[in-house]
Design a protein around this ligand. Structure first.
Ligand SMILES: C[S@@+](CC[C@H](N)C(=O)[O-])C[C@H]1O[C@@H](n2cnc3c(N)ncnc32)[C@H](O)[C@@H]1O
Length: 301
């Protein structure tokens, strides 16, 4: 991992998000993560939005950074069961994880789009009743959500709703079952990840604690922030989710023979990862404590 934070101009999300490793394992992890978000939050649409759209016959929804489209696919099921027809459009930099068109709900399209690009396609502007994003903080350069929120607002119709959900990327809770199970590898990895994120210019805590203020400054009204603690019954699955992330990260560290001076070599990372897997097998759990969500509404006029 580089120790230098990129400037806004230098940031190229494609170098990370469209890497060859973003393959079926990444998609499988997103399916697991979706299940965990749903288990924690208990809703696809936040209660304020559900109440606001309850009488709608048709909804147009955009999911920004949609991954494999699992949230939209689940939303299709929920809206159909309520008799609401919908047009569900997912946008992502990387099409590799999109299900094939014949196997998607008929209401759903998935398209390649950089949602942080300086201009969005004109036909999408002012088109959506709801814009959704989830687990997007590590795609926001320098943790400054101004461009992201302005894109979300531009896509919404007047009176449309933004819903944004994040797990607490700023913290990891590492817990060992008593009495004397070691957890040092998991704690070392979570410490390295925190320092690495800060070195790359991310300020997750400030961004997540300030979501409500960011939406208000970004021109949204009716802003509500909510949080739900992760459930103990899910902690083993959250741990497996993070182990998959950590395994993927091995390729971010250079092998010793390529960069002997690097503060962390691939060999050291793999050794730490093996230690973390052993600790998880011994019952250690890793989770992020809670999920935060924020909703806000674009002004009517
Ligand atoms: C952690 S994944 C979350 C996927 C999905 N939101 C979910 O919760 O299942 C982040 C996604 O954002 C996408 N992404 C990152 N930067 C993006 C950008 N500037 N425009 C569109 N998609 C982006 C990545 O390709 C990746 O699929």
């Amino acid at each position: 991992m580089s120790n230098t934070a990129p400037t806004h101009e230098e940031w190229d999300p494609k170098t990370y998000w469209v890497a060859p490793a973003r393959n079926f394992r990444f998609s499988a992890r997103l399916h697991l993560q979706h299940t965990l978000f749903q288990s924690t939050l208990g809703h696809l649409l936040a209660p304020q939005i559900q109440a606001a759209v309850a009488d709608s016959a048709h909804l147009k929804v955009a999911d920004l950074g949609c991954g494999n489209g699992v949230w939209l696919s689940d939303l299709d099921r929920e809206l159909s069961s309520r008799g609401i027809t919908a047009q569900l459009n997912g946008y992502d930099l990387n099409a590799a994880n999109f299900p094939a068109a014949p196997f998607r709900p008929a209401s759903m399209t998935l398209k390649t789009l950089d949602v942080l690009a300086s201009s969005l396609p004109a036909e999408h502007l002012g088109a959506y009743d709801i814009v959704h994003a989830r687990v997007f903080v590590s795609s926001i350069p320098n943790s400054d959500p101004t461009a992201f929120l302005s894109a979300a607002r531009a896509l919404l119709k007047p009176g449309g709703w933004l819903q944004w959900e994040e797990s607490r990327a700023d913290r990891h809770v590492v817990e060992a079952p008593p009495p004397d199970v070691g957890k040092s590898a998991c704690e070392t990895i979570t410490g390295i990840l925190k320092a690495g994120a800060e070195a790359r210019g991310f300020r997750f805590e400030a961004l997540l604690d300030g979501l409500g203020d960011h939406l208000e400054r970004g021109g949204f009204g009716d802003v509500r922030v909510g949080a739900r603690d992760t459930c103990m019954r899910d902690w083993k699955a959250w741990t497996e989710n993070y182990l998959m992330v950590w395994e993927e990260l091995a390729s971010a560290f250079p092998p010793r023979e390529v960069a002997p001076q690097a503060p962390m070599s691939r060999e050291q990372w793999v050794q730490l990862f093996a230690g973390a897997v052993k600790e998880a097998e011994d019952g250690v759990v890793v989770h992020q404590g809670s999920i935060t969500y924020v909703v806000g509404r674009k002004a009517l006029g």
